[in-house]
Design a protein around this ligand. Sequence first.
Ligand SMILES: C[S@@+](CC[C@H](N)C(=O)[O-])C[C@H]1O[C@@H](n2cnc3c(N)ncnc32)[C@H](O)[C@@H]1O
Length: 254
Amino acid sequence: MQPNVAIRREHGLKAQHAAVLSTRLGLPLIDAPQAGGPVLMLEYRSGRLTLCDHRERRARPVFVDIEASIRRYSSLPAPKRGPLAQAIGKRTRSIIDATAGWGQDLGLLVAMGYRVTAVERSPVMAALLEDALSRLAVTTDVHGPFIPPRLVVADAVHYLSDLHAPPDCVYLDPMFPPKRKRSALARRRLRVLREVVGDDEDRQRLFATALLTATKRVVVKRPDDAPPIADHPDATYTGKLVRYDVYMHGYRED
Ligand SMILES: C[S@@+](CC[C@H](N)C(=O)[O-])C[C@H]1O[C@@H](n2cnc3c(N)ncnc32)[C@H](O)[C@@H]1O
């Protein structure tokens, strides 16, 4: 699917970046949104690559902010507390976050000290992630060491199928229907994401591949009121508005 996205032509420092991105992603390079043209624009703001929805009256750009997740902690690695850490499990060291998206879960996993590979198949989302990772690489105001995550731009079904060194855990957060009680920023992120990537209709296939790949477990994030991706998870940890279902190595779908 070719998303409804263009790239804003830049002047000065980011001019070349924008031109390279346009060629790489095969998206038009334009000066400003045009009637009948793409309404979402990748554009550099304050040195960050952002995605801006120009249908909004005061368009507020959204961007991947892994630094923010890491900076939340006064020391690193962050304590492995809470439902996400419980779902990931005490013995997990390496994780493939197979649905990286806005990188929010990625940031939490990196802050907790896991070795994470992030996989994203949407070239637009991958460009936003890549930009965030390059900013993270030069970040100095975080409180302790962390393992920089690796980004792979691919369909995770193919990537996982071809892996030689499987991870302890595969983490999945496929698209799901919007929830009511989200913050304005979370709603904007979700709406824009849905427009860029659509619905992850092949999520069952990804889940089946993840089960064959992870050496210890597969963790699936779901809205708290949504059915599990597969019946009878081995464990479930409930957080605010979301739930983490855990499928241990050897789990078999009926
Ligand atoms: C709901 S978002 C994930 C949000 C993310 N967990 C976060 O914290 O920001 C789902 C993302 O997974 C990506 N995705 C879905 N299926 C995928 C697949 N098979 N391979 C790679 N990326 C996939 C989508 O393109 C989308 O960006």
